[in-house]
Design a protein around this ligand. Structure first.
Ligand code: ATP
Length: 249
């Protein structure tokens, strides 16, 4: 069997007496969208924070492309092939989308700034940044400062920045939150296309989107994974039905 891109085993983290993440085993395989669903407070965001390195686990392991990530910081994990859209949500209002993506490319390539040559005139970098912006449907908005972009466009830009890191594993914590129907549909189409190049962990509350997009779904309740399977298996799982799903599609 092909080794998963990302593996967690027994991943745990408490806050005081609360076990927010309690022995979580999840695999993200190449080419899959793996959705993580569960009620509010189930521990989904805590799991993403543990995997991305924003917070440290109390116990358990994380392997990325077969290598233990241990206590490596977020930047080192990014260098190993992990990107998280949420980690870059601090967009600079006065900078354009193009500038953000160029900077992310420079960061990824370990580039240095040439003070005597504006980076936007580096044609190779600019062309690559435009290619990425086109992929997320933002090329025609590339030169508008972030302050002038809609919420949905900012989320698209965050994904473009994540893609500049050429991730093998992409972690998306509620990427569709606050987006209108059109923006959500566009983003769903993008994720559908991206899965061919990477493994995607998707936290999403909209069950219609999850069941339409995900190859596999893990259900988290009270910090624990209570079921993992494809859409049909999750829909018909009795534990999931009673613990969370109710009569969702
Ligand atoms: N820094 C923290 N300090 C204390 N408790 C925390 C902290 N972060 C999360 N928690 C608690 O851990 C539990 C899991 O929270 P988490 O945000 O991971 O859930 P979630 O599944 O992402 O929820 P939601 O769907 O509402 O975003 C919650 O009870 C939350 O209050």
């Amino acid at each position: 069997m092909v080794e998963p891109l990302l593996t967690t085993r027994g991943l745990s983290r408490g806050f005081g007496a609360l076990k927010a993440c309690d022995g979580v085993d999840i695999d993200i395989r190449a080419g899959e969208i793996h959705a993580l669903i569960g009620p509010n407070g189930a521990g989904k965001s805590t799991f993403v924070k543990l995997v991305s390195g924003e917070i440290a686990p109390d116990s358990g392991s994380i392997h990325l492309l077969g290598k233990p990530v241990g206590t490596l910081p977020m930047t080192a994990r990014a260098g190993m092939g992990m990107a998280r859209s949420f980690q870059v949500s601090a967009l600079a209002p006065s900078m354009t989308g193009l500038e953000h993506v160029v900077l992310a490319l420079l960061q990824h390539r370990g580039g240095v700034f040439h003070f005597f040559r504006p980076i936007a005139r580096d044609t190779g970098l600019k062309a690559r940044a435009e290619e990425i912006l086109a992929r997320v449907g933002m090329l025609d908005r590339a030169t508008i400062p972030v302050a002038g972009l809609s919420h949905g466009e900012r989320r698209q830009l965050e994904i473009a920045i994540a893609l500049a890191l050429e991730p093998r594993v992409l972690l998306l914590d509620e990427p569709m939150a606050g987006m209108g129907a059109e923006g959500s549909a566009r983003l769903a189409a993008l994720l559908n296309e991206l899965r061919g190049d990477m493994g995607i962990l998707l936290i999403e509350h909209d069950m219609e989107t999850v069941f339409a997009l995900a190859d596999r779904i893990s259900v988290m309740v009270g910090g624990q994974i209570v079921a993992t399977g494809n859409a049909g298996e999750i829909r018909s799982n009795a534990t999931v039905q009673s613990a969370y799903l109710g009569d969702a599609p």
